[in-house]
Design a binder for this molecule. Structure first.
Ligand SMILES: C[S@@+](CC[C@H](N)C(=O)[O-])C[C@H]1O[C@@H](n2cnc3c(N)ncnc32)[C@H](O)[C@@H]1O
Length: 275
């Protein structure tokens, strides 16, 4: 049964008839993350209790209490039912991710991208993941290819989980974790492939990514949340930034998902060679 229908059945006579129930939730390990509109906030705890019996995997239910904020991407959730311990292990494509999803974001929207990127990696690649979080891209790549990966993360909380996850997945010989701002701690003239999995003004970080690339070139996957009407201008500007750093670029843009009205989450695949 679909989640909304399940809630309707479970909570019959306990909620106003015409109220719009949520259509789904995001599950990370044993934690269900639910978005409720303002009219449902007062029913959070009974919706939480019902959600616990919807799926055997769910042991905690948290509702969103505000937007994800700041450079370190702090989510805002409150546990309303079940176990208050929300540190969990989420398994994606055979990789174990230990994290607390009410303190650290773990987006389902990038899942296909994480799996697809693995297929593109050639033997012997050197990869830098500039916005690593708990290792969403870095560990998928290291687990399924022979690439050596450097994972950079500024948020100490996420970095500690990244260290745990490298160990849990037995990838100590393949992944190096760096704590700090990727504009400062990135290696120079080093990688063939760079992943920029961050959505906010990511183009400002591009000059640093270009410094990390080997002088022969390579590929940069630059994610960004961008207004549709400035996509073309941004593509030209990216080309200019690359040529100022001495690279010729071929740029392809792919849409990952809708982000907000008029704004898409896209990835710029920037192939770079010597000018
Ligand atoms: C939303 S997460 C994305 C995780 C993963 N890359 C993905 O796309 O699924 C972005 C991460 O970038 C980190 N971050 C933001 N600014 C950073 C910076 N200047 N240097 C390194 N990490 C940064 C945040 O702390 C956060 O953990």
């Amino acid at each position: 049964m679909r989640y909304r229908d399940f809630l309707k059945t479970q909570l019959k006579n306990r909620l106003p008839e015409d109220i719009q129930l949520p259509s789904g939730f995001h599950i990370v390990g044993h934690v269900a993350l639910v978005h409720l509109n303002s009219s449902l906030q007062e029913y959070a705890s009974i919706i939480g209790d019902a959600t616990l019996s919807f799926d055997d995997r769910i042991k905690s239910v948290a509702i969103r209490t505000g937007p994800t904020s700041g450079e370190k991407r702090h989510p805002d959730f409150e546990v309303v039912a079940g176990d208050c311990n929300t540190v969990t292990t989420h398994i994606e494509n055979g990789v174990q991710f230990r994290l607390d999803p009410i303190r650290i974001t773990f987006s389902g929207g990038n899942k296909r991208e994480r799996i697809n990127i693995v297929k593109q990696i050639k033997s012997g690649e050197i990869v830098v993941d500039m916005f690593s979080c708990v290792g969403q891209f870095a560990l998928q790549i290291a687990k399924s290819t022979d690439a050596l990966v450097t994972a950079i993360e500024i948020n100490d909380d996420a970095y500690q989980f990244l260290l745990d996850n490298i160990r849990i997945n037995k990838l100590e010989n393949r992944v190096t974790a760096l704590l700090g701002d990727c504009r400062k701690v990135h290696p120079i003239n080093y990688a063939n492939r760079i992943i920029m999995g961050y959505l906010h003004n990511t183009d400002l970080y591009l000059p640093h990514a270009l410094d990390t690339l080997t002088q022969e070139g390579g590929i940069i996957h630059m994610h960004i949340a961008i207004q549709r009407d400035i996509l073309e201008d941004t593509t030209s500007r990216i080309g200019e930034i690359c040529s100022r750093k001495g690279f010729e670029s071929q740029i392809q843009v792919r849409k990952i998902k809708n982000y907000s009205p008029g704004v898409d989450h896209v990835v710029f695949d920037i192939n770079l060679g010597l000018l």
